[in-house]
Each structure stands twice: as structure tokens, then as C-alpha cells.
Write a protein that binds this ligand. Sequence first.
Ligand code: ZN
Length: 409
Amino acid sequence: MPETLIKVDLADSPYNNDMIHNRWHPDIPMVTWVKRGADFIIETYDWTGGFIKDNDSADDVRDIDLSIVHFLSGPIGVEGAEPGDLLVVDLLDVGAKPDSLWGFNGFFSKKNGGGFLTDHFPLAQKSIWDISGLYTHSRHVPGVKFAGLIHPGLIGCLPDQKLLDIWNKREIDFIATEPERVPPLANPPFGPTAHAGRAKDAVKAKVAAEGARTVPPREHGGNCDIKDLSRGSKIYFPVYVKGGGLSMGDLHFSQGDGEITFCGAIEMAGWLHIRVDVIKDGMAKYGVKNPMFKPSPITPNYNNYLIFEGISVDEWGKQHYLDVHVAYRQACLNAIEYMTKFGYSRAQAYAILGTAPVQGHISGVVDIPNACATLWLPTGIFEFDIMPNADGPVQHIKGGVDIPMSPDK
Ligand code: ZN
């Protein structure tokens, strides 16, 4: 049995666990050191550290203080890893914690986090997804069941001080361009809820004052939310500090491309079995600025899709120039509208796009003025035929069940 190097107790606060942290900073002490070639198990909290509960109310999604996230396990030092190297991580396996076989998907209130379609879904909502071996289904979203493409939403190495300073400057400068925006343009360092792992005293205060928030993906990887970074993947991470300082968390049982619902994919607590190695001077040898990876050899076998197109003309009729963000939003809205014809509420349809193995593709970015993005909805996840035909759609989903919503206070 590989050794479990980091354990989490889901009944206890992650703030009481010194092998957990929620900021990126070079001075967060390594919690353990491993040799090149070692394989081991790391347990993780869900990204909110257990704040979101398995119940039928979205009050927790509405009320969460988002400055607490993400709770990450690590950092792990790898002997021999030096700045400029590549850290090679094999995701040998990933799974849900056996004492927590469920996950959540939510939409944040526009006033507290928002999401990709926040103008259309401005209030907090939450669906619970039960995990049965390979499969998941939800009491709040009937008519769908699918196999998980399990992955860590967040994994990466610690930045060095120089890179951290670059992150903080560019994001704080960016916030200053529209400081009153709701939701905000970015999240600056925030001391009161920082968890600096094993850092003590002055170091702890420094991490709290300047530690980068974990929300965005950055040069080191971090919160990339790539569904294909699944079991069996091999990832190549840039190394900035001695030992690398690998941390991970935010496990997803399944997610659609874009993680458009933002209060996650199907968020869960779990474990990863990983192996680490090093390519010396790999950043320069291979010209690496951001991580690269080889995907899993095992993916759920959904080969039939209904594909929705979207162009960069927004829902209010405004023309945008080759804007892929606008185009993907239109593709998502088109898919939601379509699913409502089979009896789903708009919220249920949105949750399906956030959780199921939906693919998003950039199809064209040169045909001025319209970008084209496509959303690939796997038809095999539905327990009924969702393809169009001459007789028109059948209302397979009969009302009565919907995703709980909590109005703003
Ligand atoms: Zn997540």
C-alpha cells in the first residue's frame, strides 16, 4: 500500500489541519519531503473545506465567505527539484473519500461570486449529486445519470517571490480599472481568512498579507479546472522554488468544459494517488511557461453529441469582435433553451452543463466579426431520447422537482 502522506478529517475544520493551506506563497513550509519516483496518497477536503452540506437548501451557497477557498493539501517537497526544472506528476488514481460519497454543484448569487451565466441565474442554487461507484445522479436533476471523469480542479507548485509579486501587481492594477464591479474583476490578497499551513509568526503574517488567492489559474497551473486532467494523466509543472512545493485540491467527480456554474463541477472531498519525478532544467529545455499534460487513457465513452453553436453576438443583440467568451455563452444558452423543451427547468439544464462531461470547443476565431464556439452535449447521459425529430419534443421531466434556491438576504 502506498503511504498516505496527508490525511484530512472531514468532521474537523481545515483551519485545524496544518497540512492544508488556502493561499499561494513561497514561504509556506513544506509539510513533507519525498524522493524522486515516490508514489503516495494525498487526501483532500472539498474546495470549501466542508462548508457546503448535503441537504436541500442553498443557504450555504448563498452565505459562504469566498475568501476562505480553496483548501489545498500540501505543499509537498520533492528532493532534487530546483527552480527551472519540470515536476512530473502521474495521477495514478483519484477518487471520492469513502466516508463522503456525494458532491455538490451550485450557482453563486451574483452578489457573492456570480458565475458564467450570472445575469440569467442571479440567485444561489444548489444540487446534490450522489456517487455510486463510477456513476452519479442527482435527486434535484432527474433523467440524467453519467460516469465520472474524476479530476483535481486545482493542482500546481508554489510560486517564487518574483512570480508572486508579478501576480499581485497585475491583478491589483486590474481591479483598480473598475473597483466597484460586482462580481469583482479579481480577488486581491486577504489576510483575515488566510490559512498559511505550518507557517508561524512573522512568516504566517507575511503569507496572510501577500499570499495570492487561489481562484484563478496562473503560470504555475493552479485552479485550471480541466476535466481531462483525470485519472492516468501525466502533468509537467514548472518549478519555481526548491522542492517544487506541490499542492492540490478542489476534486471534481465530473465537470463540463468551462465549469460554467462556478460553484463548481460536482465538488467532492477525496484522495489522489500520485507519483512524482523531475526533468532537470525542463522549463528551458522544452520552452515551458505554463503546465502541459498528457490526458487519461480512460474516459467515459460518450460518443454521440448534440452540438450547439454560438456566435459573438450577445443575448441583447450586441455585436462583439471575435469574442469567444460571448460565443460560448450563446452556445450554452442555446443548449439550456433546448433542454427546457423536454421539461427541465432552466436551472436544471444549467446544472447539467456544469456537471456532465460536456465538451466546449473554439471552432472559429478568424471570421470577422463573429467567433464561433460550440457546446457538445452528450446524448447518452439522458435516460430518454433528446434528439430532435419530426414529432417534436416530449416532456419527459414532469415538474415537482427542482434545484433549491435561496433568495439574497
Ligand atoms: Zn471545483
